[in-house]
Design a protein around this ligand. Structure first.
Ligand SMILES: Nc1ncnc2c1ncn2[C@@H]1O[C@H](COP(=O)(O)OP(=O)(O)OP(=O)(O)O)[C@@H](O)[C@H]1O
Ligand SMILES: [Mg+2]
Length: 283
């Protein structure tokens, strides 16, 4: 189902000149302009500490700009707005955020309760909650750990439980902060397929990542953040991936120095992708 606000606008997010300072002093975002339409798949790219998670929490209505404005579904996101129970219910039903660190997300005594929590909040019937939990446990292969405490699981298991609890709500907008980090290859492939399916159902998906190897599979368009916490580029994922100078500048790829017969040539590496080196013929 596509989200459409009463004016018929398909815009989900509109961020205008957003700045965020932690504790009033520590800059995490500056001059961020970002737009996302319903049904789009967007990636937020950038190196460690550039502000991706902060941005995701602004999109998720958990942090609010210290300057500029963030709109979702045509409504300005402010602390006051979220004091209105009807808006909070409207927003939380539509937007699901997967935190980068699953420890922040998990708080229930068992994995089963963790997955059931969201659907219970949304007034699903008992049968629907049970059905949803069974479906999620099966999908993510979590049946064997359903009765265990989320806090005693491995990092990857925690991530899967957090993902199950977000997907259980079937939100229209999925905000995924480094969703593949810590997942084994099989689960990563599964996740990419699930996201593809959700995209074809019309969901809006925003993924923060520095995993360039999955970029084209999970996003049609990408925003690139620089180490100064501002956006430095926006464009189709394939164009961003081909702009090696840009990726090098924002530290998403690294430069290798190779010595060959007394001279050095330098080039960027997309290590996650298959690549080969073209070197001048060796004697
Ligand atoms: N709770 C916090 N209090 C103070 N500063 C914070 C807090 N969380 C993040 N920061 C700082 O804000 C900046 C942006 O952090 P953020 O977590 O948004 O980056 P990121 O792009 O998600 O990084 P990573 O790739 O490591 O996840 C960093 O300088 C970080 O040190
Ligand atoms: Mg982060």
């Amino acid at each position: 189902m596509m989200i459409q606000d009463p004016s018929g606008d398909r815009r989900v997010y509109d961020l205008r000149d957003v700045e965020f300072l932690y504790g009033g002093t520590h800059r995490a975002l500056q001059s961020v302009h970002l737009r996302v339409n319903a049904g789009e798949r967007i990636a937020i790219l950038g190196s460690n500490g550039c502000g991706k998670s902060t941005l995701m929490q602004i999109l998720g209505g958990l942090l609010f700009p210290t300057k500029g404005e963030a709109y979702a579904f045509g409504q300005k996101l402010t602390e006051d707005q979220f004091r209105e129970a009807s808006f909070t219910a409207f927003f939380r039903r539509r937007v699901g955020l997967l935190f980068q660190n699953p420890d922040v997300q998990l708080f229930c005594p068992t994995v089963f309760d963790e997955i059931a929590f969201g659907p219970l909040q949304l007034d699903f019937s008992r049968e629907e909650v049970l059905e949803k939990c069974r479906e999620m446990l099966g999908m993510l292969n979590l049946e064997k750990i359903a009765r265990r405490s989320p806090h005693q699981l491995s990092g990857g298991e925690k991530k899967k439980v957090a993902l199950a609890s977000v997907l259980a709500l079937n939100p229209d907008v999925l905000l995924l902060d480094e969703p593949t980090a810590g997942l084994d290859p099989r689960t990563q492939v599964w996740l990419v397929e699930v996201l593809d399916e959700l995209h074809s159902l019309g969901k809006t998906i925003v993924t923060a990542t520095h995993d360039l190897s999955i970029l084209e599979e999970i996003a049609d368009r990408a925003y690139v953040m620089g180490e100064d916490h501002a956006l430095v580029a926006e464009g189709p994922s394939d164009e961003i991936l081909n702009d090696l100078d840009l990726l090098l500048r924002v530290n998403l790829i690294h430069e290798h120095a190779h010595e060959h017969e007394g001279f050095i040539h330098r080039h960027g590496h997309l290590h996650a992708l298959p690549h080969h080196h073209d070197h001048p013929d060796q004697p």
